[in-house]
Design a protein. Sequence first.
Length: 216
Amino acid sequence: MALANPLAIADFYDRFRVQDVTFVQGPQQQRSATGGGETRYADRAPSLWKADVTTQPLLNAEAEGIMALINSRGGGLKTVLLYNSRLPYPSSDPKGQIIGATVPKLGVITDRLHVAFTGFPAGYLIPLGTYFSIQFDTSRFYLGQFAEARTANPITGTVGATEVWPPLPASISGTPDVVIVKPPAKFRIEPGSAFLSKEGGLHSTIKFSAEQTYSR
């Protein structure tokens, strides 16, 4: 049976425990200077996430199995789904028990930086920095953060226009589902970045770097 592309969270990222992870925004901007001494920046491509992951010590056989999955991605040819395991749930709902099976949806898009939401549990607290994900164009994944703390309406569960980052891609429209629990994005593991480090005789850790992609 062929492995999926991208590898789902359950088939890759949740198969090991993470010791350390960093998610960093990578703005793709051009810098220029004017004759008057002003520095100006302009976006040239979407701002994408970069991730650096270090696993907890794994039994050597388990580590070799994870490396086999990494190698199956063919360098940067295939992809995996990752989420920021430093904050897999809103900090106000640390195990995702409050939101449970509830699936919020995107609401009115004021512009690509200000959007509303519907369908949250009544009075649900959304702290500053909460991650959320939207799948669009069938197989693309947007991963963003709330740039403002919000509380869902205590009756309707709606959330008014809220600033988010990075900007929503132009092809996101309508009312797609919003994932708050382990919100994923699609990443390519950077070729040559994954390696094993021995931890005593029985265990190894794995480190790798990955870059988000909007490819299908």
